[in-house]
Design a binder for this molecule. Structure first.
Ligand code: ARG
Length: 447
């Protein structure tokens, strides 16, 4: 090891220390390592684009800088794009340019451009400095990335829509081991500075880089449901139309969902969007449960009522991988098949059988790689909508039991099995059904 460059030797202890710190705060070290490996394997230019609103830089600067410096210390290199709305409002107001908007876009008179440039540059430098204060390395890139066209000079003034993204400065920063911190000052072909909306800038960057993750850091840190609680996952393929039909999905949330759909439509299926807060970023990225809202393009869920319409080989492969062992030969021949809810790529499935007039969940399988996506949850939702009265069983050591206990109405232990039910209105049927279900032959191979 004598020939190892000093850089490598210097870089190691802080990385390990950082991981240890992270692990000590979180429950599942295995999960964290898996995500860390998954993210590290990516070409780092395509790991993540993180959008930071201007308000976060005002209100949560230290948490933000710490979170970004942390990612760098574990070897991850996201590209950060920030806005500066509140700062611009204040600065322009003070300089005698009151806020005026058309269709949500700020009118920027050429006279105000000097103040816009100075303010956005100051915001950028403030973030870079805060990251350095947390021991991170960051490069200030307030302009020079977004080539823009004037949207409507006569009405809006110096407001630009990105027409191209120049990555030279980003690449140079990355090469020097610095996190690129981008501001949204664009420039036109003839060299005039323009104000670019941060969401448009993110869209242009994402279109070009095709990142694995897009992260929106916001004050709320999640999309909120009707009751004001955070929505953990959104699977666009199954949820988008339904959400758009709700009257509580209004205003900013509607726009945000549409914007996210537009972003993900141009990306591979594996990409996802997370909405979270700076102080929750590590938990969101490195655990299955996350902290915030995860939005994926997702997969369609098919309801299969005829066994011949099921791709049995793929279903068997899914079960084998999910349970860590295959089913015994002839599984489908012995099954009194009722139906299957299966995602289009066979990454999650629920298979039900008939026990008299009772729907019995025989297999619920989710690929390890699909955990954290909300795919299992989406299948479960379809299953219980179909079978409000449902029985199933599980072995003591099944890691999914925590979920089963949370969603069941009752659980009865019978030998090596726990028999669960939800939606049973006639509780006098419970003992006999529990006996029958616990007595069903095992369908998985022994290990
Ligand atoms: N850590 C994973 C990711 O970043 C899963 C996050 C799950 N988040 C959630 N809000 N449900 O892709």
């Amino acid at each position: 090891m004598t020939g190892a460059p000093s850089e490598t030797r210097l870089a190691r202890p802080p990385v390990r220390a950082a991981i240890v710190e992270l692990l000590s705060h979180m429950r599942d070290g295995k999960e964290i390592r898996e995500y860390l490996n998954r993210f590290s394997e990516l070409d780092q230019e395509r790991f993540a684009v993180i959008k930071v609103g201007g308000a976060i830089i005002e209100d949560q600067l230290e948490d933000l800088a710490r979170a970004l410096a942390f990612l760098q210390s574990v070897g991850l290199a996201p590209i950060v794009v920030h806005g500066g709305g509140p700062q611009l409002n204040a600065a322009l107001e003070a300089a005698g340019f009151p806020e005026e908007r058309i269709d949500g876009l700020r009118i920027t008179s050429p006279d105000a451009m000097g103040a816009v440039r100075d303010t956005l540059t100051a915001v950028n430098v403030k973030l870079v400095q805060a990251i350095r204060d947390q021991g991170g390395r960051a490069a200030s890139i307030p302009s020079g990335v977004f080539e823009a066209e004037l949207v409507d000079e006569a009405r809006l003034g110096r407001v630009g829509e990105p027409s191209a993204v120049r990555l030279d400065l980003v690449a140079a920063a990355a090469k020097a081991g610095q996190a690129p911190i981008l501001g949204c000052l664009g420039d036109t072909a003839d060299g005039r500075l323009v104000n670019v909306n941060a969401d448009s800038a993110v869209r242009a960057l994402v279109g070009q880089l095709q990142p694995y993750k897009i992260v929106f850091l916001t004050g709320t840190g999640a999309l909120l449901d009707e009751a004001g609680g955070p929505i953990s996952t959104v699977n666009l393929a199954t949820d988008f139309d339904e959400l758009m039909a709700q009257d509580w999905v209004a205003g900013g949330m509607r726009l945000k969902l549409q914007e996210i759909k537009r972003l993900l439509d141009g990306l591979p299926l594996s990409s996802s969007v997370s909405i979270t807060r700076p102080d929750q970023l590590a938990k969101e990225l490195f655990t299955h449960a996350g902290a915030g809202t995860l939005v994926r393009k997702g997969e369609r869920i098919d309801e299969v009522t005829d066994l011949t319409a099921l791709d049995q080989d793929r279903a068997l492969a899914l079960i084998a991988e999910s349970f860590g062992r295959p089913v015994k030969p002839g599984y489908f021949d012995r099954l009194d098949f009722d139906r299957a809810f299966v995602t289009e790529n066979y990454r999650a499935a629920a298979i039900t059988a008939r026990l008299g007039d009772t729907v019995y969940l025989d297999k619920f399988a989710v690929l390890d790689a699909a955990r954290g996506e909300g795919l299992g949850g989406a299948v479960w939702k379809r299953l219980v909508a179909y079978a409000p009265r449902l029985y199933w069983r599980s072995r003591r050591d099944n890691p999914i039991n925590e979920f089963y206990f949370a969603v069941c109405d009752s659980a009865i232990k019978r030998g090596e099995w726990t028999v669960f039910q939800r939606g049973e209105s006639d509780l006098s049927r419970l003992p006999a059904l529990a006996e029958e279900i616990a007595g069903l032959p095992a369908s998985l191979e022994d290990i």
